[in-house]
Structure formats: C-alpha cells, structure tokens
Design a protein around this ligand. Structure first.
Ligand SMILES: *Cc1c(COP(=O)(O)O)cnc(C)c1O
Length: 419
C-alpha cells in the first residue's frame, strides 16, 4: 500500500478546529444548563415549555413585534390565495410569478432605493461579496476587500470566496485611519462592516462617507439590526445617515428582524439594469436557489404597508420607551443609545450560570461567548422590544441586578414584583 498523504489546511480565513474547539464547549454547557435547545410555544407574548416553564424572551430580534402582527399573518395567507403557489420552482431569471416584483417595487419605494430581494441576508452577502471582489458589482476594478474585525459571521464567511478573486485584509473595529491608509495604497477598496452591530453600536457612516467622497471607497453595510427599528419609515441607520447614496454604498438587511417577516433586502442606488441582471444570474444562491416564497412575500407586503402608516412610529416609540426604561434601572456600556441591545458583561466562567438563574426567574437572555463574540467579551445579551410590558422590563432588571450584583450598576430602586 502506498503511503497516503495527510492534508495540512491553509486556515487563512477560517478555522473550524478553533471555532468548534472553543465554541462547542460553551454550547454544550449552555444546553446542559437549559439555555440552548429550548422548545417552547408562544402564547400572547409569553413562551411556555412542555414542562410548563413560562418565560419572556429578551433575545428576540423582532424589535417591533411585527412578526406576529395580525396584518402580517393575513398578508401571508392572502398572497398564497392570490398567487395559488408557494414557490414555482425555477430560477427567477428564467420564469417568475409577479409576486416578488410587486414586493421589490414596494420596498424600493419604501426605502427609496433599488431593492433586490433574497431569501436571507446571509445568502445575499455570500452571493454579493465575491461579485464585488471580482469588480463585477462596482466599477470594474478589483478592490481590496477590507473586512471589519467584528463584522457578522455572514460577512466574514465570504472571505475565502473573495480571496480567490482579489486580495483580502481585516482591520480593527471601525479603524478609519487604517481604512484611509488602504485607500491611499490601493486603486479601490471595499470596506465590509455591520451598519448596526449585534452587540450594540453603529458604523461610522459619516467618516466613511468622507473616504467615499475622497477615494471612491465602496462601503458594504449589513444593516440587519436597524432596518424598521430605526429611522423614518424604518429606513435603518445607514440609509438615514449616509450622505452617499449612490453606487458607492451597498446595504443589505434581513427582513427577519424588526421588519418581522422573512427574506432580505439588498438596497442599491445608481447601478444600471445590466448590473442587476448580473446579480440575478451570478450572485451565488441568488441565481440557483429558491427566492422568497409567496407567503414571505405577502407578509412582507403587509409589513411594508404598516411601515407607511403612523403605526410604525408608534411601535418605534414603544421600543424606545422600553430601552429608556431599561436604562433608568441598569447602567451598561450602551446606556443612552437608541440601540435595542444591552450587554451585561460576565466572565466566560460565570456567564452561563448567570443566564440559568435569569431563566429560572422567567426571562430568557442569551449568554454570548466566543466565537459568537470576540474573546473576553462574554455576557448576557438583552434585547428590548416594543411589545414587552414595563413590568416585564422592570422585573428583568431586578433579576439582572441580583444575578450580576458586582458587575452592573443599579441606578434606581428595584425589587421584583410578586407577579
Ligand atoms: C441576523 C443577522 C443576519 C442574518 O440574517 P438572515 O436574513 O437570517 O440571513 C445577517 N447579518 C446580520 C448583521 C444579522 O444581525
């Protein structure tokens, strides 16, 4: 028998040994402590397990609770009835029913952009980023693909595919000086970053706009956490702040968070029809896999209609009221921001036990740890929503104050109401 060759992986842009090796132990521990693998039914804002444990979810990204809005549910059903098919299976570039076109027209008007839909934001980025890397989505020049160190896994996951098309670099979080240096050195740079971070905070869109104007920087934003929750008609953080809304700014956002449905919106400006065709034909799964199905389209049309009414501002107002209420009780690093996420820091050793105690008291807040977040930044992640009651927010804060006694500053008298 000839000696068989062992493979030495390059591990230039991903390393499963490391991710699984470190991350899986935390997942196992989360599951052993009842904080992962939970199965529960939703009933009027409260989740109930088969064993009868009731809890309020404080880690749900449906920030405006539109996912259970009666009009959204009805929209899904009505579209199925109207079009009579869930998903007519053939690439949309060949044959499609009018449903998606209707939705894209609606979202384009709503967000004042040319919107292309995708089944998810993850699928959109996996398809778009390699096309940007090769210059086919952009101005024809292969850019240096510069990934923010903290960018979402759905963005970082595209590095190996981009690396086969161009050069890749990773920069420190929001390191404007470094980005500018790269702009001076390379003919073209594309900076890939979250518009709104999953641990709180927003991208420095104004500083980036300066680099866009000066060097033609292409900014690729994933604004999934702020669509609908932020801005007039829910236009999101990036598009309500960036003065550069042309072909130098590309924004993707999931429709699965505050928008309350399923799918994703790719928001483009100034690209010719030919480029849109290239996206449809070559952007990875966008060209060969299923598009948003009819139920998702109908739900999304209904959600878009809600975005055009006063109700959206009312829901955004309730969300902000809950955020302010939380901040009135507990001091976190994100105090005072309009962002719906707060993190109570814990050490890797303590975070799961803390999460278990909060869960037992009737609230789910997710323990986050490496590789979900950078090493040394573990904590309990709290997400506020429009639909949580003041009493629920207050009671959660009381429990967090107790569990995190030494780690979180209590600003206001708190004791859990006997409810
Ligand atoms: C939640 C999230 C996603 C995932 O969106 P899908 O549409 O479910 O793929 C992608 N990017 C960011 C920044 C997110 O927060």
């Amino acid at each position: 028998m000839t000696a068989q060759q062992a493979i030495t992986p390059a591990h230039k842009y991903r390393n499963n040994d490391k991710a699984v090796g470190v991350g899986n132990a935390f997942w196992d521990s989360s599951e052993r402590n009842g904080l992962a693998g939970i199965v529960a039914e939703l009933d009027n804002g409260v989740l109930r397990t088969a064993e009868g444990h009731e809890f309020v979810n404080f880690t749900c990204c449906s920030y405006l609770d539109l996912d259970s809005h009666p009009k959204v549910i009805e929209g899904a059903i009505a579209a199925l009835r109207q079009y009579g098919v869930l998903d007519h299976c053939i690439p949309r570039s060949r044959v499609q029913i009018p449903a998606l076109l209707e939705l894209e027209a609606s979202l384009s008007e709503l967000f004042r952009a040319e919107v292309v839909s995708a089944i998810s934001a993850g699928v959109a980025s996996a398809g778009l980023l390699p096309l940007i890397a090769s210059g086919h989505l952009g101005n024809g020049i292969r850019p240096l693909m510069l990934f923010d160190k903290n960018c979402h896994v759905s963005l970082a996951g595209a590095k190996p595919a981009c690396a086969d098309e161009t050069e890749i670099a990773t920069c420190e979080h929001h390191d404007i000086d470094f980005i500018e240096d790269m702009c001076k050195r390379y003919e073209r740079v594309c900076y890939v970053v979250d518009g709104s971070d999953s641990l709180g905070g927003y991208a420095p869109v104004l500083e980036l706009a300066r680099l866009q104007e000066k060097y033609g920087l292409l900014a690729y934003y994933d604004d999934s956490h702020s669509l609908s929750a932020y801005g007039k008609r829910g236009i999101g953080y990036v598009r309500s702040h960036s003065p550069v809304l042309d072909e130098r700014t590309i924004t993707v956002a999931t429709l699965n968070k505050a928008f309350g449905t399923s799918g994703a919106a790719i928001m483009l400006d100034g690209y010719p029809k030919a480029t849109l065709r290239v996206i449809e034909r070559f952007a990875g799964a966008l060209c060969y896999s299923q598009p948003m199905n009819t139920a998702a389209v109908g739900a999304s049309l209904a959600s878009a209609d809600i975005h055009r009414t006063e109700e959206l501002a009312t829901l955004q107002g309730r969300l902000q009221a809950n955020i302010k209420l939380f901040d009135s009780y507990l001091k976190t690093n994100h105090i005072g921001t309009e962002y719906p996420i707060r993190v109570i820091p814990f050490s890797d050793d303590a975070v799961i036990d803390a999460g278990r105690r909060v869960f037992e008291a009737g609230f789910y807040v997710s323990p986050v740890f490496f590789p979900i977040v950078a090493r040394g930044t573990a904590g309990l992640r709290v997400m506020l929503r429009a639909g949580q009651t003041s009493l629920q927010v207050r009671d959660l804060c009381a429990v967090l104050a107790e569990v995190g006694a030494s780690r979180v500053r209590v600003l206001n008298e708190l004791s859990k109401e006997a409810s």
